[in-house]
Write a protein that binds this ligand. Structure first.
Ligand code: HEC
Ligand code: HEC
Length: 317
């Protein structure tokens, strides 16, 4: 494709997303949410800007962003490092249906949260950063974008909503092996993510973000992120990695997830306040405390079924 064609494509996409933005605002007016909310939508908070924030998070909100007041995210990842094609790709970690899922109850936060709370969940964990003010232009732009995706999804043909992914990950009934995971990593992952797991930057400047994002180390997700759960990581990796040609077996996805998540990464403060009702904590949540007698290592690497069985028996009593 010539450079000319590429820039045409970009202009078309930007054109389409700003139309989407207008659509979202008009929809807001018609469907009648609180009037003050509609009036409060700043003109700059377009869905197109929201998409840009998901795709270029490091550049716009990262640690090297020239304006210190705009440094919200704390690592070298973009939202789109995990939510592929800025969430538009159907399948694992797609954001196409997120609009319809919120507000909802969060066991981690111990209460109901809306889409803005959920975005801030990823900001503080996956992005190792601090929460965006709920009424900031950036927060509203990202929310508008995700709401727009939901509307797009509703009118997409079945063909377009189909995910082209291998069969969903099925959890092996054993402890994951870090050693076996290292072998998988070296064969299937390090060509892009690097032998040291630190990824490959676009340029020497962190501001430009990563071509291949880091899987561990200071610029990766912190130890409170969803991706540190072995089962969450294995589901994503089996469905999506190696990028463009996902072909791991369940065992390989399970072991390589354990390997990645046994490596050092940023530490989130005060994780012990998560899950005020501890019995709601997912079995593969890797950090203390727990409401059961199983060792932390088993919550990190499995086997997980005995932990589920324990809680089921408690419930039955
Ligand atoms: C390291 C990977 C990673 C990064 C980077 C990341 N997320 Fe997430 N995100 C996740 C995971 C894992 C989940 C939880 C999915 C689940 O509950 O099954 C999630 C969930 C979400 C959800 C809820 C989706 C739904 O349908 O319930 C939203 C919205 C979201 N992320 C937005 C963002 C935004 C915005 C950013 C950037 C500021 C971001 N994420 C960065 C991994 C990531
Ligand atoms: C061909 C290059 C390539 C290979 C090989 C590859 N990845 Fe990725 N991976 C990427 C890219 C690029 C992204 C970011 C998504 C994007 O930009 O579209 C990514 C994102 C990720 C993420 C989420 C973001 C982060 O930094 O945590 C994880 C986890 C991941 N890869 C794990 C793996 C694992 C495990 C393997 C081996 C089984 C693997 N990848 C193989 C290119 C690759």
């Amino acid at each position: 494709m010539s450079e000319r064609n590429i820039s045409h494509g970009v202009i078309l996409v930007l054109g389409a997303t700003s139309l989407l933005g207008i659509g979202v605002i008009l929809y807001g007016l018609n469907s009648g949410p609180a009037q003050e909310e509609v009036a409060a939508i700043p003109a700059a908070a377009t869905a197109a800007y929201g998409q840009q924030l998901l795709r270029e998070t490091t550049r716009l909100l990262g640690p090297e962003q020239p304006d210190p007041a705009m440094r919200y995210s704390g690592n070298g990842l973009d939202c789109a490092s995990c939510h592929l094609d800025s969430g538009t790709s159907p399948g694992t970690l797609s954001l196409l249906q997120s609009a319809s899922r919120y507000p909802r109850f969060s066991g981690r936060d111990g209460g109901e949260g809306d889409l803005r709370d959920r975005i801030n969940g990823c900001m503080q964990r996956s992005m190792n950063g601090k929460p965006l003010p709920r009424d900031s232009v950036e927060m509203i732009a990202m929310e508008s974008y995700i709401l727009g995706l939901g509307q797009q999804y509703n009118i997409m043909s079945d063909e377009k909503t189909r995910a082209f992914e291998p069969p969903a990950f099925v959890e092996p009934q054993r402890k994951a092996s870090i050693d076996a995971g290292k072998v998988v990593y070296e064969a299937k992952c390090q060509v892009c993510h690097g032998a040291d797991g630190l990824g490959l930057k676009q340029t020497a400047d962190l501001l430009d973000g990563y071509l291949f994002p880091p899987l561990w180390g200071p610029e990766s997700y912190n130890n409170g992120a969803g991706m540190t759960r072995v089962l969450t990581a294995a589901r994503f990796i089996k469905a999506r990695m190696p990028l463009g040609m996902p072909d791991l077996t369940d065992d390989q996805a399970y072991d390589v997830s354990a390997y990645i998540n046994s490596q050092p990464r940023p530490i989130k403060a005060a994780l012990e306040v998560d899950f005020p009702e501890l019995w709601r904590k997912p079995v593969d949540s890797p950090y203390l405390p727990y409401a059961d007698p199983f060792p932390q290592e088993q919550h990190q690497f499995g086997p997980f079924q005995p932990i589920r069985d324990y809680y089921e028996q408690l419930n039955a009593e």
